[in-house]
Design a protein around this ligand. Structure first.
Ligand code: ATP
Length: 244
């Protein structure tokens, strides 16, 4: 991973560029990085703020030999790698909010967007996008209360290349372990950083809002939420917030 780096000053989105590359060539392990994204994306078509030179905006291309329904596990594995990279480079203890946000002191420092092309039984490619706020000193109004950067939290400017290398190292290690040993080691790593397990949450999915206690993640990385009647809901995709 990362031996082939495709560097850009500006792209629409590193995921978009990575998907186009993956369509054209066997680019496994390639990392697309950009100084800025003009149309950085989050989940569900949301926007990702990615100004010039402040953050790590990068996407990896992989062709994992796993079944398509297992692809979300790669998102959790990535969150763990980012959290580990932050620990190694800053000594701060980050948290992970299911499924894909990495937080420092309760604010979002990284978002992850995993996209894939697959048939029923085979993955053609997975593009794993990461946006990590490194040297941002301020944010647009809409995210001022919820976003942070490593520089804001540590009080010092950070070397983006070094942090990116550290995250990619951890990513590769976690990915190899996942391919050889399955999801168990990823799950253990993830639980180490989980911030909302054991807490009262409300989860909005495409069909309903569920309130209850976040109990655990299961063997597939899905969130298990127990409601007031004792029923366990298995959340495949949704927005989780803590209830006050
Ligand atoms: P959340 O759970 O934080 O609502 P999400 O997981 O649905 O977010 P993502 O796809 O990770 O969303 O990211 C998109 C959202 O993150 C945006 O709607 C915006 O609120 C917020 N955001 C956008 N850019 C940044 C950034 N650089 N740093 C932190 N947060 C951002």
């Amino acid at each position: 991973i990362g031996r082939n780096i495709d560097y850009h000053e500006a792209v629409d989105s590193t995921n978009q560029t990575a998907k186009e590359m993956a369509e054209r060539e066997f680019a496994e392990g390639t990392v697309v990085v950009a100084e800025m994204q003009t149309a950085g994306k989050g989940r569900l078509g949301r926007k990702w703020n990615s100004p010039f030179g402040t953050g790590i905006w990068m996407s990896l291309i992989v062709r994992p030999p796993i079944a398509p329904p297992d692809a979300p596990k790669i998102t959790l594995l990535t969150a763990v790698a980012v959290a580990e990279g932050i620990v190694h480079e800053t000594g701060m203890k980050p948290g992970i909010k299911w499924p894909n946000d990495v937080l420092v002191n309760g604010k979002k420092v990284c978002g992850i967007l995993t996209e894939m092309k697959a048939d029923m039984d085979r993955i053609h490619y997975v593009v794993v996008g990461m946006g990590i706020n490194v040297n941002d000193q301020n944010f647009p109004e809409e995210i001022r209360e919820t976003a942070t950067s490593l520089q804001i939290e540590t009080g010092s400017r950070m070397n983006r290349a070094r942090i990116a290398a550290s995250i990619l190292n951890d990513w590769e290690k976690n990915y190899q372990n996942f391919l050889s040993q399955g999801f168990a080691p990823v799950k253990d790593g993830w639980k180490n950083y989980a911030v909302n397990l054991g807490k009262e949450v409300s989860v909005t999915t495409f069909k309903e809002t569920i309130s209850g206690r976040a109990m655990d993640i299961d063997e597939d990385g899905m969130l298990l939420v127990k409601d007031a009647t004792g029923k366990i809901h298995r959340i495949v995709a949704g927005d989780v917030s803590l209830r006050k």
